[in-house]
Design a protein around this ligand. Structure first.
Ligand SMILES: C[C@@H](C(=O)O)C(=O)SCCNC(=O)CCNC(=O)[C@H](O)C(C)(C)COP(=O)(O)OP(=O)(O)OC[C@H]1O[C@@H](n2cnc3c(N)ncnc32)[C@H](O)[C@@H]1OP(=O)(O)O
Ligand SMILES: [Co+2]
Length: 139
């Protein structure tokens, strides 16, 4: 497999509204998508477009959210994951399984409407890594 495009950087936050204010007022972000709930992933999501990628703000959606533990350790929030695109999610999953990398849970539909899965940070030099199938109409 070949390393693909960086789709987004996930940033966990206790408050999407507060984080939007930072990116808008301090960083000059002008394309801030409307926040939406993603119950399948247990998070509320807001995309902020940059010229070459996106910041994905994620806020817990309920007490069982996968980011509750991270926010307990980092109450202010922080950089949570990076996400790379692949052309074929089934082939990518088989590739990582073949390499012995730990995959966290089943393949699910992510915030861009395409299938995603996560690689354990302990197999990625400490970086939680999301693998995402490229949307059909992208790029
Ligand atoms: C919307 C969607 C999309 O883009 O489409 C998304 O991105 S949803 C994004 C949210 N969804 C996910 O993150 C799903 C996948 N994540 C998970 O399964 C979990 O969050 C884990 C990564 C397994 C962590 O789980 P949990 O916090 O309960 O476990 P834990 O505290 O025991 O952590 C186990 C070890 O991993 C480390 N660890 C935990 N979270 C980490 C992170 N974000 N980056 C790097 N390391 C991390 C901890 O410090 C700990 O290391 P030590 O043992 O050394 O102390
Ligand atoms: Co993500």
């Amino acid at each position: 497999m070949k390393l693909g495009r960086l789709n987004h950087i996930g940033v966990a936050t206790p408050s999407i509204e507060q984080s939007i204010a930072i990116y808008r007022d301090l960083m000059g972000a002008d394309v801030i998508r409307a926040p939406f709930d993603l119950p399948e992933q247990g998070v509320k999501v807001c995309f902020i477009d940059t010229p070459n990628s996106q910041i994905e703000l994620i806020e817990p959606l309920g007490p069982d959210s996968p980011i509750v533990g991270f926010l307990a350790k980092n109450p202010q929030g922080g950089q949570h994951h990076v996400c790379f695109e692949v052309p074929d999610i089934v082939a990518a999953r088989a590739w990582f399984e073949g390499k012995g990398a730990r995959i966290l849970g089943p393949t699910r539909i992510g915030a861009h409407g395409t299938p995603i899965f996560f690689l354990h940070p302990k197999d990625m030099g400490g970086v939680l890594t999301e693998i995402m199938e490229t949307p059909k109409d992208a790029h």
